[in-house]
Design a binder for this molecule. Structure first.
Ligand SMILES: C[S@@+](CC[C@H](N)C(=O)[O-])C[C@H]1O[C@@H](n2cnc3c(N)ncnc32)[C@H](O)[C@@H]1O
Length: 249
């Protein structure tokens, strides 16, 4: 029997900011059960390597606290806890269903004493100024219309000299690979998603949001505008993902 095409979401360029936020909440509430599997499958497990690369760049020394913004199912938070043994991590997300999956993983890995999950909005972080060594967001900023607002909030909560990191999927600049990746995002990924996902429309949104995400140079400028110094950036896997990070002055 033919699989249902599922709900169609508005294009990123057509939706208002508030419509986009509602879309993001609906998408992540719906795909929760399959999120980890599809993430690893559709990226050929590169997502794990990309998070690991980011975690290795993290530096702790004052508070030993790390904030994982838009933590989802807590993969970044768990990776930090494993790599940096003295740290305490808070994962924050506004979709409870994603965090519930994360919480089960944290318990299974016996990390509940070091990794806490908190419901909240990236634009209004419920923390006082300067209380984390590192604040990071992995594959989350693409879903936030007010990107500079979210980055400024991360800058606010890290200590002076602390790091703010953004790991995000990007649309490659290189001509030929750009064409191949365009076909992957627009033709192959939605078909694969239709076979496995309860909400295949979510994967149309994924492609659309990647293609409409700022270029690495522009993201670096945005981070500087948000108050970060020494912004560094790393292209990962032929530039389909970039890690950017800077320090609070
Ligand atoms: C693609 S998932 C990324 C999850 C995780 N960081 C990872 O590495 O797999 C994006 C997450 O961002 C969350 N999110 C989007 N906008 C948010 C906001 N304004 N505040 C908090 N969470 C948000 C969604 O609920 C979703 O769980």
């Amino acid at each position: 029997m033919e699989k249902p095409v599922g709900k169609k979401y508005r294009r990123v360029t057509e939706a208002t900011d508030s419509e986009r936020i509602e879309m993001v909440k609906e998408i992540f509430t719906t795909i929760t059960g399959k999120y980890d599997f599809l993430n690893h499958f559709l990226s050929l497990r590169r997502d794990i390597a990309w998070r690991h690369f980011s975690v290795e760049k993290m530096r702790f020394g004052k508070t030993y606290r790390m904030l994982d913004v838009a933590t989802g199912t807590a993969d970044l938070a768990i990776s930090v806890a494993r790599e940096h043994s003295r740290t305490r991590i808070t994962g924050l997300d506004f979709v409870q269903e994603m965090m519930d999956v994360g919480r089960v993983k944290i318990e299974r890995k016996h990390l509940s004493d070091r990794v806490k999950m908190l419901r909240g909005d990236a634009l209004y972080l419920p923390f006082s100024d300067s209380c984390f060594d590192v604040a990071a967001i992995a594959f989350g900023i693409r879903n936030i219309p007010n990107k500079i607002g979210a980055i400024k909030e991360m800058v606010r909560v890290v200590v002076p000299g602390g790091q703010v990191m953004v790991l995000e999927m990007t649309f490659p600049r290189n001509g030929l690979f750009r064409k191949v990746y365009h076909v992957y995002l627009n033709r192959i990924l939605p078909r694969l998603a239709r076979a496995f996902s309860p909400d295949p429309g979510a994967y149309h949104y994924l492609g659309d949001s990647i293609m409409n995400f700022p270029a690495p140079d522009d993201l670096a400028k945005l981070m500087e505008k948000a108050g970060l110094k020494k912004v560094e950036r790393y292209a990962l896997t032929l530039g389909i993902t970039h890690l950017h990070f800077g320090v609070k002055g």
